[in-house]
Design a protein around this ligand. Sequence first.
Ligand SMILES: Nc1ncnc2c1ncn2[C@@H]1O[C@H](COP(=O)(O)OP(=O)(O)OP(=O)(O)O)[C@@H](O)[C@H]1O
Ligand SMILES: [Mg+2]
Length: 400
Amino acid sequence: MRNESISIGVGSRVARLPLSRLNRHMLITGATGSGKTVSLIGMVERLAQAGVPVFLPDVKGDLAAIGGVPCRRLEPFRMSADLLDPATVSAALGLSATQAATLEIVWSVGMRLGSFKSLDDVRSVARTLESNASLAADLGRVSPVSLSVILRALLAFERSGGRALFGEPFDVARLVDLAADGRGLVNVFPAAALISSPSLYALALLYVLDEMTTRFPECGDLDRPRVAVVIDEAHLLFEESTPETVRAIVRKVRLLRSKGVALIFASQSPGDLPTELLAQLANRVQHRLGAASAADLRAVKIAAETLPPNGSDLVATIKGLAIGCALVSFVDPAGVPSVPIVVQMPPPSAVATSEAVPLIDPATPATGDTVAGRHDFAAGLVIIGGALALLAKIVAWSIG
Ligand SMILES: Nc1ncnc2c1ncn2[C@@H]1O[C@H](COP(=O)(O)OP(=O)(O)OP(=O)(O)O)[C@@H](O)[C@H]1O
Ligand SMILES: [Mg+2]
């Protein structure tokens, strides 16, 4: 193992982040305005320079300041129904257990029918089952009430921006692409439109994590991660999720560790994330947290308690951090989280002007509009063909 590391911090105190241990994942936390985004941008740039590609959903539109590293905008970014786990979709749609069981049947019918990609594809299967009670009864746990809830949820989902997210899928294997000079490519996913709908944001991220879990081979600890995935506003993943979803996410986070994927979560307070997840995020960057209310103080205490001790009062340290300063603890080459130290993160100006304009690679667009266009046409045909053809297929399948 090569034990390469990147240095974090400016001035006399610098912390070393071994790339081979980045698969123990990372959490960047701090109050609003404390410097998380600036730290995140600095981190992403150093990773790309060191040859680690990054997937960077930009939910607030404030990550455009990335400089000096090759960037690629993933627009449009699409996912496909047949690659999604129906349980993930149920969680994103906020379905109950009964409704989720019905959605699972919609999915299995859709998958057997072949072209099952867009929201229209999902809806036509659900509609066909809804209008054919006897067929639905034959298939088992299909509840008509659930079907209408699902159809309503799909409509709301589509109206909040979901339609544009479905179609010919983005290939996650391309997220490991390197630039010609060996630097990691930063794949920026402009996700500002998703922020108003946490479920859309969660679904898009979970899709990427699901796909990485199934597509990337097991590789143990690599010299450096295959790819780093940034999950900003991480609390959005958990806002509306059930205990099962939380368990599923934690399981994925654990699996991705041995698939060479490094996850970098950013949120205001460590208390925003489930404790089982916190235990998986061993690299930590803690910016200032205020303690104006009892809830704030609890958050500071959680932050302090989930860091290794350093002999000083971590609660006082976290409350007293200046803007741009952070208490950091990284996993050392032996796999042990280091004693936390306070470092000064590089200021935004140094970050943004480190090199010329980001290199965009027009020869390899991240997704193909023409392909997506063809698919929309195909989806249109399925609808025009109407429920009849679909019904015939479902009947044939359920009999056969
Ligand atoms: N390392 C730094 N050195 C100097 N100034 C900094 C540094 N980090 C942040 N700042 C200043 O603080 C401002 C806010 O920082 P930043 O946007 O990173 O906060 P944040 O924690 O991401 O806030 P929010 O939760 O609202 O997104 C920056 O615009 C910059 O002026
Ligand atoms: Mg920010």
